[in-house]
Design a protein around this ligand. Structure first.
Ligand SMILES: [Zn+2]
Length: 290
């Protein structure tokens, strides 16, 4: 089984960090943060207890001054006690985005956005390495129903499952319409959260364009996407399934994610219409261009 999208929590001691920024007289948060430290501690504990669930967390009753200070600390502090922020950002810069599965995580996503939750602006459990999909998602965290929310890469183990596949409508056309299909059982208690996450995070990225490019490449040269097909002029359906599944397994392991965009695309080929279309392309179509 490949390693998964779910990430280990950062190891920073957030209560110690809070104590540091509250008590150091040379830091600008003193004495405002110090005066409201117990409120912030309660909010931090509530965050951990609820696993960052926006339906459960109450807004912390902090002053606007302290809210602004927390955001300032995130944005601009060079203090040693806040060095973990850059460490979390840098640790996965070249890895698959834990939020959407794209190839890169060069920014930090405040899972609960700092605009609405300034109390968690420097809380390590709220800082998730991500691609710019966090800009597209903006401040969206939850839907109307209690079960609709954005998934949390540090807490939602469902992210370790294969959650989505490309949905290739009419795979016999040259430029089929692409969508995303959820693979999780609709009876699964996490289904609504996954649906919400797909709509509010994945569908706001360039994932569909990625599939369209992948499809065009597949048609031009099948072995570009599935190296086992190189030089093959005739293939049976079982062998094609094996070649696709094997390449998908390789990508899962390489990216340590079952939901990286290339594995998601290949999952979309593992059904009869797509396989039949691809077999026709290999067996009856023009040979691969050199
Ligand atoms: Zn992303």
């Amino acid at each position: 089984m490949a390693k998964v999208n779910k990430l280990p929590l950062p190891v920073n001691d957030d209560l110690a960090t809070l104590s540091n920024v509250a008590r150091h007289r040379q830091m600008k948060g003193y004495p405002a943060i110090w005066a409201e430290q117990s409120t912030l501690v309660a909010a931090y504990l509530q965050y951990t207890a609820s696993q960052g669930n926006p339906h459960v967390l109450m807004p912390a009753p902090i002053s606007m001054t302290v809210g602004n200070l927390m955001r300032d600390y995130y944005k601009s502090s060079k203090a040693v006690v806040l060095a973990y922020i850059n460490q979390i950002r840098d640790a996965r810069a070249d890895k698959v985005c834990a939020m959407c599965g794209s190839f890169g995580s060069e920014t930090l996503d405040h899972l609960l956005p700092q605009a609405n939750y300034p109390e968690f602006a420097i809380l390590s459990a709220n800082l998730v390495p991500a691609c710019p999909c966090n800009v597209q998602r903006n401040n969206t965290v939850k839907g109307v129903s209690q079960s609709q929310r954005v998934l949390h890469p540090y807490f939602d183990s469902v992210l370790g499952q294969r959650l989505v596949a490309a949905d290739i409508e009419d795979p016999f056309s040259q430029a089929p319409k692409m969508k995303l299909k959820i693979l999780l059982n609709p009876m699964d208690p996490d289904f609504d959260a996954v649906r919400f996450h797909v709509d509010e995070v994945l569908m706001k990225t360039a994932i569909i364009e990625h599939f369209e490019t992948a499809w065009a490449n597949l048609w031009r040269r099948p072995s570009l996407l599935i190296p086992k097909l190189h030089g093959i002029a005739m293939i049976s359906q079982p062998k094609l399934v094996y070649a696709i599944a094997r390449e998908r397994g390789r990508l899962d392991r390489r990216h340590r994610s079952l939901n990286n965009w290339d594995s998601v695309f290949l999952s979309g080929l593992l059904n009869v219409p797509a396989l039949t279309s691809l077999m026709q392309r290999i067996n009856d179509g023009p040979p691969e261009l050199l």
